[in-house]
Design a binder for this molecule. Structure first.
Ligand SMILES: *Cc1c(COP(=O)(O)O)cnc(C)c1O
Length: 368
């Protein structure tokens, strides 16, 4: 059968190769998982207890309205329940946003080499993605993004803040100025997957406007990546547009329960944030010891400079040979870095030992 023109034109490859596939391919039963920015500190014990006690009721569908969770989120964000849309992660929110706002043949704008799912959805829904590169300092180029949005009359502009894979953070005033600089026909999809690691006072202030969709997740700081749950903060009108096409039972019942319990455990979240800061500091010290540098990060991962793209790819592959799974940015100027997620002290030690060993076998790490 021939698929639709949109689907036939797509490449077969997907944005992510999971560590499970790498284990099958390398014949390993275990990897040190530092490649997907998962939380090594796990979900809140309260979330685990709540989910465990409800397991027997997995015969039931979850509440298609995710009402109890939306109520708790509305209290937290001082907004209405109708301004929140719960989905199976930010990846799902992004798909809804593209589907709702990017026409077939329409244009969306993003940074080249940023988190890949947005581009994946734009292609999958028949849109066209236009990009600008990161600045040489490894941050999104807000002026260039805005200019491109004006030039192309983009319907959606995607920005991750804090960003993945760079880890860079843009403070509230600059984000607000960027948002206001966009053309009237452009909606800003602000991906705040790592917002929990940033200072709340430095995040864009709460704004519920038609041209703004903010996406949050329980996958990173809350440690619930496998449960698949996240949400959009936007206007009631936009949330209703997403309602028209979303998978009504796409959110896992157990995820709803775990997320709600996790929201009630501020202590666990604070502990994760502080452990994550220690992990970043230890990677920075390691980079220093190895005569190289890291990019400043406001997330749960750090980019370490390997000198050039070929060297970074080689190091990543050599680490995998030693049972350590990380990733690296794909596009210049960030492609000379490797990206390593925050780990426990034990995981960090395994990474450090493997990296020292890899670099010792090729004592030619170029310093930046
Ligand atoms: C991890 C990540 C996501 C994915 O979030 P889910 O809620 O697990 O779908 C989205 N955006 C960025 C920038 C991420 O790093």
């Amino acid at each position: 059968m021939r698929a639709t023109r949109v689907i036939e034109a797509l490449p077969a490859n997907t944005p992510f190769v999971g560590p499970e596939r790498l284990m099958r391919e390398t014949g390993r039963s275990e990897l040190v998982r530092l490649g997907a920015n998962e939380s090594p500190f796990g979900p809140s014990p309260r979330a685990i207890a709540a989910m465990t006690s409800e397991l027997e009721r997995l015969a039931w569908y979850g509440d298609p309205d995710s009402y109890a969770l939306r109520e708790a989120l509305a209290a937290r964000h001082a907004c209405g329940v109708e301004q929140i849309l719960v989905a199976s992660g930010i990846d799902d929110v992004m798909g809804l946003c593209v589907r709702a706002f990017v026409e077939i043949g329409g244009i969306a704008v993003a940074t080249r080499g940023t988190y890949p799912t947005f581009a994946y959805h734009v292609a999958g829904y028949g849109g066209r993605l236009e990009t600008v590169p990161y600045t040489n300092e490894g941050a999104a180029d807000l002026e260039a993004l805005s200019a491109l949005a004006h030039r192309t009359r983009a319907s959606v502009v995607y920005l991750a803040n804090p960003d993945n894979p760079s880890g860079a953070f843009i403070d509230r005033d600059r984000i607000a100025a960027f948002y206001e600089s966009l053309p009237d026909e452009s909606l800003l999809l602000l991906d705040e997957a790592y917002a929990d690691f940033a200072d709340p006072g430095q995040l864009l202030e709460p704004r519920f406007e038609e041209r703004l969709v903010r996406a949050r997740t329980f996958s990173k700081a809350y440690g619930l990546a496998g449960a698949r749950i996240g949400y959009a903060l936007t206007t009631q009108h936009n949330a209703e547009l997403f309602e028209r096409v979303r998978l009504q039972y796409g959110v896992n019942r157990n995820a709803q329960i775990g997320a709600l319990a996790a929201l009630g455990d501020e202590d666990h979240l604070a502990w994760v944030i502080s452990e994550t800061a220690s992990a970043r500091a230890s990677y920075e010290a390691l980079a220093h010891e190895l005569g190289t540098a890291v990019l400043p990060s406001r997330t749960n991962f750090v980019c370490i400079d390997m000198g050039n793209a070929a060297q970074a790819t080689w190091v990543m592959n050599e680490l995998l040979e030693r049972g350590v799974w990380i990733r690296k940015p794909g596009a210049p100027p960030l492609d000379r870095y490797i990206r390593v997620s925050a780990g426990t002290a034990e995981m960090r030690e395994a990474f450090a030992a493997a990296l020292r060993d890899v670099l010792a076998t090729r004592r030619s790490v170029a310093t930046p």
